[in-house]
Design a protein. Structure first.
Length: 252
């Protein structure tokens, strides 16, 4: 009888722990209950940019479908690219989605979803530029977006002293147009959008680096990372992601 009581007490205790864990994890799935807060930098067309006062683009639309699948309302926070990873690490935002390249250094700071797109680092120059290949970049003034892979690779390859770091792609391209820098290293799709929007610029034919884009999460929040990743997998498998990509990147 005494033993039975003991077993019952233990079973009850175990049940409580399970119930508590279940409740605990439910309320901590996202920073704010019912919302999925995505941090991005909306100067990165066609992945994220403003149409009027609304942030649209490939990332914004994929995130919208993910939120739907999870029964959450998507909220997009437009911040500096530089602040996305710290914001995810400090649980200010649920996830970072910003055409963000997966790198070993970033993997040490955040966890990533599967990759949903490929990126390529390219070089934008003025149409009449003397720079025709990557070899010509030595000693030239290179504009980049602060803390992006373009910044990291260019600083490594050509020396920090030759690299001007801008807060975003718009400002880097303004720097090139104003003659403050001789070229801008940035991802290929935004590069195409910038060249289209600004007369007198072109993209060098040789690309600089190939990369994979993925969504980033706080390392502690494995539950959200798994749920978002499962939703993303479904959206890739059923062609929804491709449909969004085709809508923004017309086959050229
Ligand atoms: N793909 C680049 C990186 O992750 C640039 C991303 C961006 O500027 N939004 O560093």
């Amino acid at each position: 009888m005494k033993n039975l009581k003991k077993i019952l007490a233990l079973a009850l205790a175990a049940l409580c722990v399970f119930a508590f864990a279940a409740c605990g994890s439910k309320s901590s799935l996202t920073v704010e209950q019912g919302k999925l807060i995505m941090a991005t930098n909306a100067t990165f067309p066609p992945y994220e940019f403003y149409e009027g006062d609304k942030i649209v683009g490939i990332d914004a639309e994929i995130a919208g479908l993910i939120a739907d699948k999870l029964g959450l309302t998507l909220e997009i926070a437009d911040i500096e690219f530089d602040s996305i990873i710290p914001g995810v690490q400090s649980n200010k935002y649920d996830m970072g989605m910003a055409g963000m390249t997966v790198t070993e250094e970033r993997k040490a700071m955040v966890s990533f979803s599967d990759s949903y797109a490929k990126g390529v680092q390219v070089v934008i120059v003025k149409e009449d530029s003397a720079i025709v290949s990557l070899d010509d970049l030595k000693g030239k003034k290179i504009g980049v977006q602060q803390s992006t892979t373009g910044d990291i690779y260019a600083s490594d390859d050509f020396g920090e002293e030759n690299v001007t770091k801008y807060a975003n792609g718009n400002l880097a391209v303004e720097g090139l147009k104003g003659g403050k820098v001789d070229c801008v290293i940035i991802d290929n799709e935004p590069a195409k959008a910038y060249v289209k929007a600004n007369a007198g610029l072109k993209i060098l034919e040789t690309s600089y680096a190939d990369e994979d884009y993925a969504i980033s999460f706080n390392k502690q929040n494995t539950e959200l990372q798994e749920k978002v990743n499962a939703a993303l997998k479904e959206l890739i498998a059923d062609g929804s992601v491709q449909k969004i990509v085709d809508k923004y990147i017309s086959a050229q």
